[in-house]
Design a binder for this molecule. Structure first.
Ligand SMILES: CC(C)(COP(=O)(O)OP(=O)(O)OC[C@H]1O[C@@H](n2cnc3c(N)ncnc32)[C@H](O)[C@@H]1OP(=O)(O)O)[C@@H](O)C(=O)NCCC(=O)NCCS
Length: 173
């Protein structure tokens, strides 16, 4: 039996940051990098995570499997001028390292993000995925997310355009 733990973090100490960078590198290496096509230098990854913690609109969650950081998710709130979207929040960079997949960690990260979004008064959670991210699509569609759009030029994988899907979830339902 594995242990799963998800926490909102405002700082990352040495071991947690190292494990999070290890998890990120392996997820990018297996084709599931949020934006990156191949793992960037370690310092760039560390800067990415430190930077995410500094952005006021971002909330970072980390997920541990058997006490090792193995995944993460972020909520991205609208900027302060964006009154028209004040009830909507974006779920982004939700991933789990390949070695830790299949144990419910992504489901737990997603639930933690939804709970935080509801507690902060958001009523809609938006997200987007590449059409090739079949596990993520199954995760979201089994969890009440509704596909509401498709973009044929959503991303470029270095060789060809990749279609993307947009989803939303009604957090008040
Ligand atoms: C998608 C991802 C986050 C799932 O992580 P995970 O911890 O293995 O997922 P969980 O164990 O919590 O599984 C939750 C649900 O996801 C779906 N799922 C997970 N792995 C799956 C797979 N290989 N095939 C099909 N569905 C899968 C299932 O619906 C599963 O529910 P179930 O266990 O009741 O069947 C992980 O595969 C990943 O990081 N992929 C690359 C990055 C990515 O696609 N991120 C999402 C978009 S930003």
């Amino acid at each position: 039996m594995v242990s799963i733990d998800v926490a909102e973090v405002t700082r990352l100490d040495g071991p947690d940051l190292n494990e999070l960078c290890d998890a990120t590198e392996s997820a990018i290496g297996s084709g599931g990098g949020f934006g990156w096509l191949k793992p960037p230098p370690r310092q760039t990854l560390e800067n990415f995570w430190r930077g995410a913690l500094l952005v006021p609109e971002r909330t970072v969650f980390i997920g541990r499997l058997d006490n090792v950081v193995a995944g993460s998710a972020q909520l991205l709130r609208p900027t302060r001028n964006n009154e028209a979207q004040v009830k909507s929040v974006l779920l982004t960079t939700n991933f789990v390292a390949p070695w830790a997949r299949g144990h419910g960690l992504a489901r737990a990260l997603t639930k933690a993000a939804e709970d935080k979004a509801r507690a902060d008064g958001f009523e809609t959670l938006n997200l987007d995925v590449r059409e090739s991210q079949e596990a993520a699509i199954a995760l979201y569609e089994s969890n009440g997310y509704v596909r509401c759009g498709e973009h044929p030029r959503y991303a470029h994988n270095g060789t060809a355009w990749v279609t993307g899907y947009y989803y939303y979830k009604d957090l008040t339902a």
